[in-house]
Each structure stands twice: as C-alpha cells, then as structure tokens.
Design a protein around this ligand. Sequence first.
Ligand code: ATP
Ligand code: MG
Length: 147
Amino acid sequence: MRRSLDCASEVETAHIARALAANLRAGDLLLLEGPLGAGKTFFTQALIKSLGVSEQVTSPTFVIVKSYQGALPIHHIDAYRLLDAPDPRQAFDELDIDVEGSVTIVEWGKNFDLTGSALHIEIEIGPGQSRTLTLEGPDARWGDLQV
Ligand SMILES: Nc1ncnc2c1ncn2[C@@H]1O[C@H](COP(=O)(O)OP(=O)(O)OP(=O)(O)O)[C@@H](O)[C@H]1O
Ligand SMILES: [Mg+2]
C-alpha cells in the first residue's frame, strides 16, 4: 500500500492525523520522515490529542521519548539524536518501549521498523502551508482509510 495525500493547510494535516488516529490499535508503529519543520511533530500532536489526551503534547526532541495514556498507551519518540549512535537500532531498543502494547510514533523513524509492519509517513514541504503526506506500508487499513 502506498498513497499520497495533499494537504493545503495545517487544518488538512490535522484532519488526516485524526482520521488515522481513529483507526489505530495497540501494536501500531508509525514512522515519520521529512525535513526540519515539515510537520512531524504537528501531525503527531493532532493524532495524540485525537486519542483523548488532554495534556499538552510537546516535541520530545530533548527527552527522546514522551509517553501518554489516551484511548491507548502512546509513545512519541524523536529519534534524530539516536541516528548518531554507533548502533541506532540498539539505541532504540534501549528505550525499552512496549511497541506491542501501545501506539508508537517515531519522528526520523524510517530505520526503526521493529514490527516489519510499520506505517511509513513521509511529509514533503510544498509552497506556503502545503504538504504532501505519503503513506506506505503493508497494512491495507491505511489504503482504505477515508480522509
Ligand atoms: N500543512 C501543514 N502541516 C503541518 N504543519 C504545517 C503545515 N503548514 C504549516 N505548518 C507548520 O509547520 C511547522 C512544522 O513544525 P514541526 O515542529 O511539526 O516540524 P517537524 O517536522 O517536527 O520538525 P523537526 O524535524 O524539527 O522535529 C509548524 O509550525 C506548523 O504549524
Ligand atoms: Mg519534530
């Protein structure tokens, strides 16, 4: 499954994040890619809020992982600094995330498909507020998603 979605504005990006959130279940792993300022954190904030988390969702850039309890347990990871580790995959494992029992969202995450079934989300920056989100992964759920 691979599909691209055009977002003309933040509102549309948030709308897609909410549509995805409504279909998530424990064990889902979302790997976000895209340049600085693409909207990886923005997308994740909308998604996590949509899972019923009322506390503020802030970027985990410095702490690497932030965890929340919404409709499901959620882990939000910024893997940017892990990419410099001698063995990034080992550094990720050492975070000791319960991927099977939660929804895990990883910014700069393309190298961390721990389950073999992750959903990759690439965000490209267009003119102004426009973005293109490309979803890719083996799960037909995301191809069928109505947005
Ligand atoms: N269509 C859009 N979708 C998402 N964000 C948008 C859009 N248009 C503008 N923005 C803005 O772009 C910025 C994206 O910043 P954000 O921190 O989410 O990026 P990031 O990809 O997480 O960057 P970093 O690599 O530094 O973590 C936000 O200020 C957001 O409001
Ligand atoms: Mg970010």
